[in-house]
Design a protein around this ligand. Structure first.
Ligand code: PHE
Length: 338
């Protein structure tokens, strides 16, 4: 038995040296170490070995099995190393990698993020509403009756089912009051759409940032203080803003807010940044009607609302002379804000 083990040992090592594929290694393993392999067959002969010779035979068997197994493993490792080396042939793996082009946030996203951060710090929570809105939320509940010009087909995009693309984010005011009792302190960033003629300060699809604060004894002074603080946090303490009396169906009194735009190469000019005012009691009455309770009783609560153009915030922040630059996606323009 010892003799045949020696022979197997010799044959096996000689053959392993000649193997050059993983398939050949596997074939070898089956022929020598498999259930009907040479070594297994010989080891079955242990039963016939005289008891006195058994320890020596057993030890030899183990030695040979280990020698073959480790030679096989060594060869397998060598084959993998060889394959890897071939895969890398001609490639200098020490060269530095190519940098991936890195994107950056759009200037609109950047100002909006800053604006939202400031308002959240002031206690406003973010609220959302659908961009495809009902006439009720966009107009009726906001005290804007059917014969108001804003509802004209030439001003608004309607769907055949009577819904429309919201013309302002003020619809979120209604949705917030319908879903929860006062106090309400929310901001609603989002897109709005109008059939506007597109020019340097108007886009037909634009972004607004709505705000609403309803509680007991909220006053116009709170509104002005809130907006002044907000704009000075956003654009710096020397920011010039002015309030002009205006009209909105859903606020009374109503104001428009202008900010001074200092654009490169142009004389500074005032641009309208948004509207605001004290929530009209008719709005509270409409909300009370859908809620079916007195939580927003017009005698009980007051509130202010504001809505501003985010695209125009970006104009002010970066001194951009024309809104259209923001949607043309010219990387030479966008790269300046990266
Ligand atoms: N929704 C108005 C607009 O789009 C702005 C506004 C919001 C005015 C809230 C008053 C209060 O022009």
């Amino acid at each position: 038995m010892i003799a045949s083990l020696d022979e197997i040992h010799r044959d096996a090592l000689a053959e392993i040296a000649t193997l050059d594929t993983e398939a050949a290694l596997e074939d070898f393993r089956v022929r020598y170490l498999g259930r009907k392999g040479r070594l297994t067959v010989v080891s079955a002969g242990m039963r016939e070995v005289a008891p006195a010779d058994k320890p020596a035979a057993g030890q030899k068997l183990n030695e040979v099995r280990e020698a073959i197994t480790s030679a096989l493993e060594g060869k397998a490792t060598a084959l993998v190393a060889q394959r890897d080396a071939q895969a890398f042939a001609g490639i200098d793996v020490t060269l530095p990698g190519r940098p991936l082009p890195q994107g950056a946030l759009h200037p609109l996203t950047q100002v909006l993020d800053r604006a939202v951060t400031i308002l959240r710090r002031m206690g406003f929570a973010i609220a959302e509403g659908p961009e495809i809105e009902t006439e009720w939320h966009c107009f009726d509940a906001l005290n804007t009756p059917g014969d108001h010009p804003a509802r004209n087909e030439s001003d608004t995009f309607y769907f055949s089912n009577g819904k429309l693309l919201r013309t302002h984010t003020s619809s979120v005011q209604i949705r917030s009051m319908e879903t929860g009792p006062p106090p309400v302190r929310i901001i609603a960033p989002g897109s709005a759409v109008r059939r506007d003629e597109i020019d340097a300060t108007h886009l037909s699809a634009f972004n607004q940032l709505e705000g609403l604060y309803v509680d007991e004894r909220v006053t116009l002074a709170d509104l002005k203080g809130t907006l002044e603080y907000f704009f000075r946090e956003l654009f710096g303490s020397s920011t010039e803003l002015r309030f002009r009396p205006h009209f909105f169906p859903f606020t009374e009194p109503s104001l428009e807010v202008d900010l001074k735009l200092h654009a490169a190469g142009k004389t500074a000019r005032w641009i309208e940044i948004g509207g605001c005012g004290m929530v009209d009691p008719a709005v509270f009455a409409a909300v009370s009607k859908t809620r079916g309770d007195d939580a927003y009783h017009p005698e009980q609560v007051t509130g202010f609302a504001f809505g501003m153009g985010v695209d125009r915030l970006a104009m002010i922040e970066y001194g951009i002379p024309d809104l259209r630059l923001l949607i043309e996606n010219d990387v030479r323009f966008l790269r300046q804000f990266a």
